[in-house]
Design a protein around this ligand. Structure first.
Ligand code: PLP
Length: 421
């Protein structure tokens, strides 16, 4: 790191986290199970979270701009979610039989998402990817899949890091937004491909919107070749009351879900056309959908409270706050003559200290990586808790005065980092 005093300040401010990190390293490879949340010199150990705030093991308070990677759209310990989960917990937490909460959550999702006639639950977005692929394999009898370079559908296949972009035994990839490249893979290998996976908006790939007509063109080519088209709405569900699919008036075959539909508990889901989901019917199974904790009643009750509170007015509120945040951060950067480029999609905001154009962003190769790494530490020192690479998101429990405070603290963090080169 260029600015060693920042690391020193961070170590001094977070000595209890340092102790937990050292203790954790004895028994875990990185003192955590979440590599994406890792940063130098060590991530904070958080001991409490409520509303818009997190507290670390040293008792310091941070404004939570990460929302557990976009999953806590109502902030931490949102009272309706806490009440729903606690009520269910007191009635027991898991059993290998049906439960009422998952049926109520399924009803809510089917009512909201135009492409979802039936839905199944699992425990993460990563699992939703596996489940969708199993369903597509069961339906088509084919094995391979196609996804975007710059796309992220969980830890099984990460082309966002750029490392696994080459075709492998089970997957093909093409650049996100490049219709011709997708159509060419489909034309050459369509009869081997069970499913194509695409995000409606890149999340981890840097909030890039595809060119108009991209999703539909790939969908039509997939359809014509018998490939199942899977739209990954794990992040984008929060963008519109009927999901991105509703906003885009686009009906994929299958939809991956996760994050906010679990109210802060581990969750994933796959929805879509009834005839496709029928491949998991035990009466004539072509794919197995099961899991000890799938459709867990506590998660489902929490998820139902979270989804119900994500009304059109709530979505308008988080979008408006993110717009305020974007304008405020721009003004702070301009005052320090720093070239801040923002990409905002609804309530999610990416920061780039170079012009990323329209293309997907590969985290490992960002030219501003050293600067954003320092800014991240400086933001922590100023009591702000962003996502990796300083991305941010708003929640329904935030207010305009809180955003003003974030902007002020961001200005102080920029001053700590200094120049870009
Ligand atoms: N799909 C998208 C678009 C995501 O952003 C993520 C996680 O960030 C996933 C899938 C994987 O979800 P999970 O982390 O719950 O496995």
């Amino acid at each position: 790191m260029r600015n060693a005093s920042l690391q020193q300040d961070f170590r001094e401010a977070s000595s209890a986290s340092a102790e937990w990190e050292a203790r954790g390293r004895v028994v875990m490879p990185i003192a955590s199970s979440r590599a994406i949340a890792f940063h130098d010199p060590y991530p904070l150990t958080v001991t409490r979270a409520e509303g818009s705030f997190l507290w670390d093991a040293d008792g310091q308070r941070y404004i939570d701009l990460a929302s557990n990677m976009y999953s806590l759209v109502h902030g931490n310990a949102f009272p309706p979610v806490v009440q729903a989960a606690a009520a269910q917990l007191a009635q027991g937490s898991a059993w290998p039989a049906n439960n009422t909460a998952q049926i109520e959550l399924a009803e809510e999702l089917v009512a909201r998402l135009p492409a979802v006639e039936k839905v199944l639950f699992c425990n993460s977005g990563t699992e939703a990817f596996s489940l969708a692929l199993n369903i597509a394999r069961g339906q088509t009898g084919r094995h391979r899949f196609l996804m975007a370079q710059g796309g992220y559908h969980g830890t099984m296949w990460d082309t966002n890091l750029g490392g696994r972009a080459a075709p492998g035994p089970v997957h093909f990839s093409a650049p996100y937004g490049d219709t011709a490249a997708f159509l060419s893979v489909i034309e050459q290998h369509g009869d081997e491909i069970a499913a194509v996976f695409l995000e409606p908006v890149l999340g981890s790939g840097g909030f890039a919107l595809p060119p108009a007509g991209f999703l539909r063109a790939v969908y039509e080519a997939a359809r014509a070749t018998g490939i199942v088209f899977v739209l990954d709405e794990v992040i984008s569900f929060r963008l519109a009351f009927n999901g991105a699919q509703g906003a885009l008036d686009f009906a994929p075959d299958l939809v991956m879900l996760g994050k906010v539909i679990g109210g802060g508990f581990p969750v994933g889901g796959v929805g879509g056309r009834a005839e496709l989901l029928a491949v998991v019917d035990p009466a004539a199974p072509r794919a197995l959908a099961s899991g000890t904790f799938s459709g867990n009643p506590v998660t489902m009750a929490a998820g139902l409270a979270s989804v119900r509170a994500l009304t059109p007015a709530a979505i308008a509120h988080i979008d408006r706050l993110a717009q305020l945040l974007e304008a405020g951060l721009q003004a702070e950067a301009a005052a320090k003559s720093l070239p801040l480029h923002t990409r905002r999609v609804g309530s999610m905001l990416g920061l780039f200290f170079y012009d990323p154009g329209q293309a997907p962003v590969f985290a490992a190769s960002r030219p501003d990586a050293a600067f954003t790494q320092e800014l991240h530490l400086a933001m922590l020192l100023e009591g702000l808790f962003p996502l990796p690479r300083c991305a941010m998101t708003t929640t329904t429990v935030m207010t305009a005065p809180l955003i003003a405070e974030v902007v002020q603290r961001f200005g102080r963090a920029l001053a700590r980092v200094g120049s870009l080169v």
